[in-house]
Design a protein around this ligand. Structure first.
Ligand code: UD1
Ligand code: CA
Length: 468
């Protein structure tokens, strides 16, 4: 099998996005657009990968290196077109003689099977280039495939250079090509800027190769959505929707009930067990794992978290945390990063949990903040309990052992330990440890002044009389 190398062109300014963020870093269903192409190349096992970058190269490089350290990043200083971008890769391919796969970075719906198909087709032919085309109802904006009377591809013409008649052609260039590497770089030297945009178009090599007598092959994708490019915010939102719909469908096929797929946003790389129901307006981000028979949503935002079986999450946010089974979260709870919540726990209305470990069967039902805390089994936290974990300099820990009952409206001033099976009285400000099986009470004693109101009224009446 001959060798394959690949180049991804990602240096374009993305002017039509009107955004300060580099176009290729815009997330599509939570994942930067560019990562879709990178992931495909990774799955194909292509060793030599070159990425052509332009503006904000450092920012993009950093992001890319977080998932792929082997990729060679090259800089296209001035964005003079796709042909010139590809020329920047040539110095890294001087001793390469195989198939060069060229992709654009703004086509996130492209499927692995399609790439494999084009590579196989190219290898089995003697063509100097095999390209991917699609037939679109509305081809506006894309380069069009010009064929001769033998139905052979002879040229690609960009939108702004089309005649009125050519504008009717609905077969478009998908922006995915297999080239004979050496022939490509020879042809690129002949590309000129004599077009409407004054750019060096990679698509011009097709005519150059043809004129030299080389043959061009093409494959047409069945589902034209696969090669839809993202150039504007509108296209970004359309493709986001398509990816979310596809993800929802995949989960439904595996036994997940999704009440309203159009209003459910499951990023790629999310696992959900059979029998789980996802209610509308729920977002689950990449890396999350949800067990079976859970009820998630409506209105929930789960960020890279793990949730075990039979757990309910209602109108809540969970970030980078783990939740056990048969647990109930919300409504209106916020589980902040590094929290570990066990099985059969209840986290109720308006509760905020941060970096806390909460063991089996514990109940935190209402209006509570627990930060930097460890709670044992079967603890009951009264409404309005606050761990005072921050003294202005450091974060201090609160430990609440098994079976403790914290009364309502307690302030637990950390560092502090509430011993096993003990109680604290409602309204207490607990500043020192409570020993096991004890009652901690820390509040002023109540005094009742009997008859106080009557005395006050008499005083008032006397004053009135004096004035008269
Ligand atoms: C391109 C094709 C068009 C095709 C369409 C498919 C050309 C000339 N046209 O048009 O035939 O139908 O894609 O989606 O190739 N880039 C660089 N450096 C540059 C310019 C662009 O690296 O100087 C990169 C961009 O980052 C992008 C890719 O090349 O990833 C394509 O550029 P873009 O401007 O999006 O081309 P289109 O106008 O969409
Ligand atoms: Ca494009």
């Amino acid at each position: 099998m001959s060798a394959i190398a690949s180049v991804i062109l990602a240096a374009g300014q993305g002017k039509r996005m009107e955004s300060p963020l580099p176009k290729v870093l815009h997330p599509v269903a939570g994942k930067p657009m560019l990562f879709y192409s990178l992931d495909l190349l990774k799955s194909l096992g292509i060793e030599k990968k070159i990425l052509v970058l332009g503006n904000q190269i450092e920012k993009i490089k950093e992001s890319v290196n977080s998932i792929d350290r082997d990729i060679i990043c090259v800089h296209q200083k001035e964005q003079l077109g796709t042909a010139q971008a590809l020329m920047e890769a040539e110095p890294y391919l001087t001793d390469f003689y195989g198939v060069l796969l060229v992709l654009y970075a703004d086509i996130p719906l492209l499927k692995m099977a399609t790439l494999q198909k084009i590579i196989t087709h190219h290898k089995n032919s003697s063509a100097c280039c095999t390209l991917l085309t699609a037939k679109l109802e509305n081809p506006k904006g894309y380069g069009r495939i010009i064929r001769n009377k033998f139905n052979e591809v002879v040229e690609i013409k960009e939108q702004s250079d089309l005649s009125e008649e050519e504008g009717q052609i609905n077969e478009i260039n998908g922006g995915i090509y297999c080239f004979d590497s050496k022939e490509l770089f020879t042809a690129l030297t002949s590309v000129k800027r004599d077009n409407e945009q004054k750019e060096y178009y990679l698509t011009d090599v097709i005519k150059i190769m043809r004129d030299k007598g080389s043959s061009i092959e093409s494959i047409t994708v069945e589902d034209p959505a696969e090669i839809r490019g993202i150039n504007t915010q509108q296209e970004l939102s359309q493709i986001n929707n398509l990816v979310y719909q596809k993800n929802a469908l995949e989960h439904m096929e595996k036994g997940v009930t999704i009440i309203s797929p159009d209003n459910t946003f499951l990023e790629s790389d999310v696992q959900i067990g059979r029998g789980t129901t996802i209610f509308p307006f729920t977002i689950i981000t990449a890396g999350s794992r949800i067990g079976s028979n859970c009820h998630i949503g409506p209105y929930s935002y789960i960020v890279e978290s793990h949730i075990a079986d039979q757990t309910r999450v209602l109108s809540s946010m969970i970030e980078h945390s783990q939740i056990g089974s048969n647990t109930s979260i919300g409504p209106y709870a916020h589980i902040r990063p590094e929290s570990v919540i066990g099985d059969e726990v209840k986290i109720g209305n308006y509760v905020e949990i941060k970096k806390a470990f909460i063991d089996k069967g514990t109940r935190v039902s209402h209006l509570t903040y627990l930060g930097d805390a460890t709670l044992g089994k079967k603890v009951n936290i009264g409404a309005g309990t606050i761990t005072c974990n921050y003294d202005g300099i450091r974060k201090n820990t609160t430990t609440i052992e098994d079976g403790v009952f914290i009364g309502s409206n307690n302030s637990l001033v950390a560092p502090v330990i509430i011993g096993k099976d003990s109680y604290t009285a409602a309204g207490s400000t607990i500043t020192s440890n409570v020993p096991p099986r004890s009652l901690g009470i820390a509040r002023a004693r109540q005094e009742n002044i009997v008859g106080w109101v009557d005395k006050k009224n008499i005083k008032k009446q006397n004053k009135k009389k004096e004035k008269e």
